[in-house]
Design a protein around this ligand. Structure first.
Ligand SMILES: Nc1nc2c(ncn2[C@@H]2O[C@H](COP(=O)(O)OP(=O)(O)O)[C@@H](O)[C@H]2O)c(=O)[nH]1
Ligand SMILES: [Mg+2]
Length: 292
């Protein structure tokens, strides 16, 4: 049956924030169809959230683009971008962010690893007044299935290191599946990372600017079709580059970033129920609002 998401006009009528779900997809022909269907059922049919879905098909060599375009032809809430080479997870996300028109942006994976109901949980937290929502697979209430052991170990080591460097409670910062208010993305960008390192560029850039962040438990399960494209050995230097760059921002110019963020905030429209702002010492990043 042809489906139709709530259009921006519908959303405005419903009085809700518009949600943009950005999905990078590379060779996901068997996953992307069910992924879009599950999201549509959850956002449109179950929760009636005004939304759009922007799939960034990144030079896939399989039928990913055909599957997405077929869905997009039937459903105006779905669009398909196909940026030219060079490919790259970060470049794809950047293209998706540029195209997104929502008030709230969620980065979602195409491989059925993430749970659509968690997108709704993110959206509700933003409605509460948070600027960002970081899901964690490693807090009470979360679940993780079929995480390859090597990657799990690397993940925990890197996240611990990042926690110590930035002195924050968030313990799954390398996971891309997160929500940001569109203005946070505008303020933190333009992003530079071309690959998976954009995950920490986005999360840490928001963090050092003192945006309010909620951390909530999420569910994650390893893909059952296709293969992972994250090659830890190739990505190490790229993660390190972003990590050092944002760390230097935090150590050397956090007060400048904070001042700009504050100025921007006072110009922006007031929120419905803003969470309390953290007090920020001049030269260090703000302690972050933390909810589990
Ligand atoms: N657009 C785009 N998407 C990618 C690229 N590499 C991976 N992805 C997508 O990013 C998501 C996560 O990638 P995946 O390979 O599953 O990484 P892992 O879950 O960390 O092992 C999936 O939706 C992939 O299709 C890429 O180069 N370009
Ligand atoms: Mg995956």
């Amino acid at each position: 049956m042809p489906s139709r998401g709530l259009s921006p006009a519908d959303g405005a009528a419903a009085g809700g924030l518009k949600l943009s779900v950005v999905i990078p997809a590379f060779n996901e022909q068997d996953n992307i169809g069910p992924c879009l269907d599950q999201l549509t059922r959850t956002l449109r049919d179950r929760h009636r959230i005004p939304y759009e879905i922007v799939v960034v098909n990144d030079n896939s060599t399989d039928a990913t683009e055909r599957v997405v375009r077929a869905r997009a032809d039937e459903d105006p809430a779905i669009s398909c971008l196909s940026p030219p080479p060079p490919a790259g997870f970060g470049r794809a996300i950047r293209a998706g962010l540029e195209a997104a028109t929502g008030d709230v942006i969620v980065i979602f994976m195409a491989d059925l690893s993430d749970e659509p109901e968690d997108v709704v949980a993110y959206y509700r937290k933003i409605e509460e007044g948070y600027d960002c929502v970081f899901g964690s697979r490693f807090v009470r209430g979360a679940s993780v299935d079929h995480y390859p052991l090597g990657k799990l170990v690397a993940n925990r080591i890197v996240n611990r290191l990042v926690q110590l460097m930035f002195w924050v409670p968030f313990n799954d910062l390398t996971n891309a599946f997160k929500a940001y208010r569109a203005e946070v993305v505008r303020e933190c960008g333009p992003y530079r990372a071309s690959h998976f390192n954009i995950t920490i560029e986005m999360s840490l850039s928001a963090l050092v600017r003192g945006f309010s962040i909620a951390q909530i438990p999420i569910r994650w399960s390893g893909r059952t079709w296709g293969s992972s494209h994250l090659k830890i050995r190739e990505m190490g230097r790229r993660y390190l580059c972003i990590l050092l760059k944002v760390f230097l921002d935090k150590v050397l110019i956090a007060d400048d970033l904070w001042a700009e963020q504050q100025a921007h905030r006072t110009q922006a429209a007031p929120r419905r129920t803003p969470p309390p702002r953290p007090a920020l010492p001049a030269a260090v990043a703000a302690p972050q609002k933390h909810r589990t």
